[in-house]
Design a protein around this ligand. Structure first.
Ligand code: SF4
Length: 501
């Protein structure tokens, strides 16, 4: 790890349950690559995970089209508000520059944030990984004798699997974002980072509420369902002894942080119980309060096409008589930070726009990715944690580049997906038929004579081959598509003939 990007674990007084050593460099000293080390812990590699789960989703044609339309609707809203905003491209550039600058001095800004947060009366904890994060949160709750917790939406706590961990310790955790509560009641993960229950119809939710919350059978009116959820959650808010939130932006110069919601549930989760725990990834820090003017303007517009989220709550220290703990988590992020070609993925502000535009996400659903953050950004991030287990994800893309085009902080998503493909291929984590096909294709495309020769052969051969030789189980592409009719001449031949030479 390069010194300029080394993130040091805080050593400030007042921290509790804190790991007091620098994040160890993931670069191993025994000559093996970090990936090789991780492979050894995964003998049962699941290379076909995404295609298998996507096939199950695609099998329900009606659901596929409905999901596609629902997500595309959000992309349309995003387009309308961003195109009506003259400085949109400037904001994207500025946001990207601020993130790049912050990441180049991440340790400095995190330590500045910690100093200022401590000065405001918060307690700061540092967690190297998900297990440590969960242990820290649990120890804070246990110290206060807490058994009932309300939680507002936080992808980090999903990533760390905090809920099952706390439940295994006898603590009730209730997600208070409506979509999150719905998927929690169904005992399934969110399928989208902004709209966790986008894969469900109102009838599914009516059925769920009938079973879990005593709603009348057949109820599917969204207003009535929301009212029922509101009553159910109000009881949970009033009974909670602690509130957990995520962090959208942590401000180094003030030690404060911002949480964005559309339902006000983060505010209730922190205003009612006396104990507030805020969990943030190390990449959430921004240098100055005025940087929020850039990120808040692009976040909601990119996510749902709103000018701003309904509630943008600022926290500066604990509320009077209360206690505030901030848990800062690495969980593989410093490993991404040290890889320059992938570093830009840490710019991500989790708006979900790349999912809404991705033709593969829209048609395969979030659960087919098998990770907390699905879609293009999830397919870039997940292999860093475990390349063997998530080797299929960088291939869940058409590489059309639409994800990079809509990203409000200019993450070069399709380039990173392409880089992962090459890397996974070199690590032999890609199925043999795909590697063989790419190697043959690469060899032919690199030689003009071979390209012309095999083009001619295939134009003659294709119409004569028995169908079973072209469309078979090795040709995944051909399972749902037909090749166009082979032309009699190549483009080059046609061009020459028309030019008369
Ligand atoms: S990568 Fe960009 S578009 Fe995708 S969720 Fe992150 S910020 Fe949004």
């Amino acid at each position: 790890m390069r010194a300029t990007h080394e993130v040091h674990i805080g050593s400030a007084e007042g921290t509790k349950g804190v790991a007091q050593q620098p994040i160890p460099s993931p670069v191993p000293t025994n000559g093996a690559s970090p990936h090789q080390l991780q492979h050894s812990s995964h003998p049962g590699v699941q290379l076909h995970e995404h295609p298998t789960k996507a096939a199950a989703f695609v099998a329900n044609d009606a659901r596929l089209h409905w999901h596609d339309q629902a997500v595309w609707f959000l992309r349309g809203k995003r387009d309308r508000v961003s195109s009506a905003f003259p400085e949109w491209e400037q904001l994207r550039t500025l946001g990207s520059h601020i993130k790049a600058h912050t990441l180049s001095r991440l340790a400095e800004y995190l330590e500045q944030f910690e100093r200022n947060a401590l000065a405001l009366g918060a307690r700061v904890h540092w967690a190297l990984n998900a297990e440590e994060h969960n242990r820290i949160v649990h120890s804070i709750l246990a110290d206060h004798g807490v058994t009932r917790v309300v939680k507002s939406k936080s992808m980090l706590t999903e990533e760390c699997h905090l809920n099952p961990y706390l439940e295994s310790q006898g603590i009730e955790v209730v997600d208070t974002d409506l979509g999150e509560r719905i998927v929690q009641l169904r005992r399934e993960p969110p399928s989208h980072i902004v709209m966790p229950a986008i894969h469900l119809k109102k009838e599914d939710i009516g059925e769920l509420f009938h079973e879990k919350l005593g709603a009348p059978p057949g109820l599917s009116d969204p207003k009535a369902l929301t009212e029922l959820a509101r009553q159910h959650l109000r009881e949970k808010f009033l009974a909670a002894e602690a509130g957990i939130t995520g962090v959208n932006f942590a401000i180094a110069e003030t030690g404060g942080f911002v949480v964005c919601t559309n339902e006000g549930n983060a505010d209730l989760s922190t205003a009612l119980p006396p104990l507030h725990i805020a969990c943030m990834g190390i990449e959430k820090v921004v240098p100055r309060a005025k940087d929020l003017g850039v990120f808040l303007r692009v976040l909601a517009r990119s996510a749902t096409g709103q000018p701003i989220t309904s509630y943008t709550s600022h926290f500066h220290g604990p509320r009077p008589g209360g206690e505030l703990h901030i848990v800062i988590v690495d969980n593989g992020r410093s490993r991404i930070l040290q890889r320059e070609e992938y570093r830009r993925s840490l710019h991500c502000i989790r708006c979900g726009a790349c999912m809404n535009t991705c033709p593969v996400y829209r048609r395969s659903g979030g659960h087919s990715y098998g990770v907390t953050v699905p879609g293009p950004i999830g397919s870039v991030l997940a292999p860093h944690l475990d390349p063997a287990a998530h080797a299929s994800l960088p291939f869940a893309s058409t590489l059309c580049g639409s994800c990079s085009d809509v990203c409000p902080v200019k993450v070069d998503l399709h380039h990173q997906l392409l880089m992962w493909r090459g890397e996974l291929g070199r690590e032999r984590l890609v199925p043999i038929e795909k590697r063989l096909g790419s190697a043959i294709g690469g060899w032919i495309l690199a030689r003009t004579w071979a390209y012309r020769f095999f083009g001619k052969v295939m134009r003659w051969l294709l119409p004569r081959l028995p169908r079973a030789l072209v469309y078979n189980r090795w040709n995944a592409w051909g399972r749902q598509r037909e090749l166009p009719e082979a032309p009699a001449q190549s483009f080059r031949e046609m061009y020459r003939r028309r030019r008369g030479n």
